[in-house]
Write a protein that binds this ligand. Structure first.
Ligand code: GLU
Length: 392
């Protein structure tokens, strides 16, 4: 009788990504012939701009198919450092940048080299569902800093300060935010910096993956530009997926404190080595090129966000805080008496509409809908949601 293979406690505790699982389920149901409308994954439906694809194809043709430095191609690291310095106002040198397999690996590497058993991650809720899992993989515990829709999903500096303990090691700031779409203003960032000046043991990771996706009237500020005196403990995580429509390329970066980034490079050298070499040349063309393509796609997302938001706000019983950026809406559906998981399961089963339960993001009163889809798909999704609500 073979002995059963026991999973590690770490693996047993790990939840698979629900955003990816729901998007995959919607695709599989569609492939089976079911009539499905998916507003689940946050994935631009645009093609990667041609000049980026061409740069990667040329690099492939030129034979850039071998191992590169684990830290990333030097030209790409340099271009990202320049972007941070000039576009974000965060002076950054090349050795402070690590090219990663998407924003997720940047977070994973950072959490692995900064966090350990006994440490706490400070996580404003609602939050993107991968942060707690990645922290727990590093052995850390998660201390949530809740905010509700009635409080505008804002991070209250007094509540942040009250949540900090001697074990607090790292705070997550995700602006524009997934799933709420909230954007931290300069004044809010200044107030957060005031709190952190009193707690020198707390570092900050700013997930800026939605930096270009801003509703009219909102601006993105990099935290280290607002609080340069804290720059040594502020990390920036970003990537090409959302702004440049490059989700499948899996290219992101981690930037910040040189010693910590050096440790993250060592970790990457022992795990995944370098990001696909020729793909990095596509990313180099993207980051060094004009932002016209980014602005064009962001403009379309603004239109779609508005379409989705106004459609949701017009439904009786649904309350929505208008998203200020990213490409999600996170309405409160608690008036209908179902928890978010039951709501989403029945919505998929009965109306073929795939959306993500808010419980996975730390707020069971809400559901998340993505507007990274064509107008007709968004309108179809709204009709299905209305039919479902009428049937309840
Ligand atoms: N970040 C996107 C989302 O929340 C893509 C899927 C994922 O990585 O979670 O839908």
């Amino acid at each position: 009788m073979p002995r059963p293979l026991n999973l590690s406690a770490r693996a047993q505790a790990l939840q698979p990504s629900l955003t990816l699982a729901i998007a995959a389920r919607a695709k599989a149901l569609k492939a089976d012939g079911r009539d499905i409308c998916s507003l689940s994954a946050g994935e631009p439906d645009f093609d990667t701009p041609a000049f980026i694809r061409q740069a990667a194809a040329e690099a492939l043709e030129k034979g850039l198919t071998r191992y590169g430095p684990a830290s990333g191609e030097p030209a790409l690291r340099e271009a990202i450092a320049q972007k941070l310095t000039h576009e974000n106002g965060v002076p950054t040198s090349t050795e402070q940048v690590l090219v990663t397999n998407g924003g997720k690996q940047a977070l994973y590497n950072l959490f692995q080299v900064l966090l350990q058993e006994g440490d706490e991650l400070l996580l404003p809720a609602p939050y993107w569902l991968s942060y707690p899992e990645i922290a727990q993989l590093a052995g850390a515990s998660v201390r949530l800093i809740p905010s509700s829709a009635s409080e505008g999903f804002r991070l209250d500096p007094a509540r942040l300060e009250a949540a900090i303990t001697p074990a607090s090691k790292l705070l997550v700031l995700n602006s524009p935010g997934n799933p709420t779409g909230m954007v931290l203003s300069r004044a809010e960032l200044e107030a957060i910096a005031e709190v952190l000046r009193r707690h020198p043991q707390v570092a900050v990771v700013c997930d800026e993956i939605y930096e270009f996706l801003l509703a009219p009237g909102h601006q993105h500020h990099s935290f280290a530009a607002v609080a340069p005196d804290l720059a040594d403990r502020i990390f920036c995580v970003n990537g090409f997926a959302k702004g440049w429509a490059m989700t499948g390329w899996r290219i992101g970066w981690l930037a910040g404190n040189t010693a910590v980034v050096k440790a993250a490079i060592a970790l990457q050298s022992q795990t995944t080595s370098n990001v696909c070499t020729f793909a990095q040349y596509g990313a180099l063309a993207a980051v060094s090129g004009s932002r016209d393509c980014v602005r064009e796609m962001a403009g379309q997302f603004n239109h779609r966000r508005e379409l989705l938001s106004s459609g949701l706000a017009a439904i009786d019983g649904v309350t929505l805080l208008p998203p200020e950026g990213a490409f999600y809406a996170f309405p409160d559906i608690s008036a209908f008496g179902l928890d978010s998981m039951q709501f989403c399961e029945r919505l998929l089963e009965e109306q073929g509409l795939a959306v993500v339960p808010g419980g996975a993001f730390g707020d069971d009163r809400c559901i998340r809908l993505s507007c990274a889809a064509a107008d007709a798909t968004i309108q179809d999704g709204l009709s299905r949601l209305k039919r479902f609500l009428q049937s309840l």
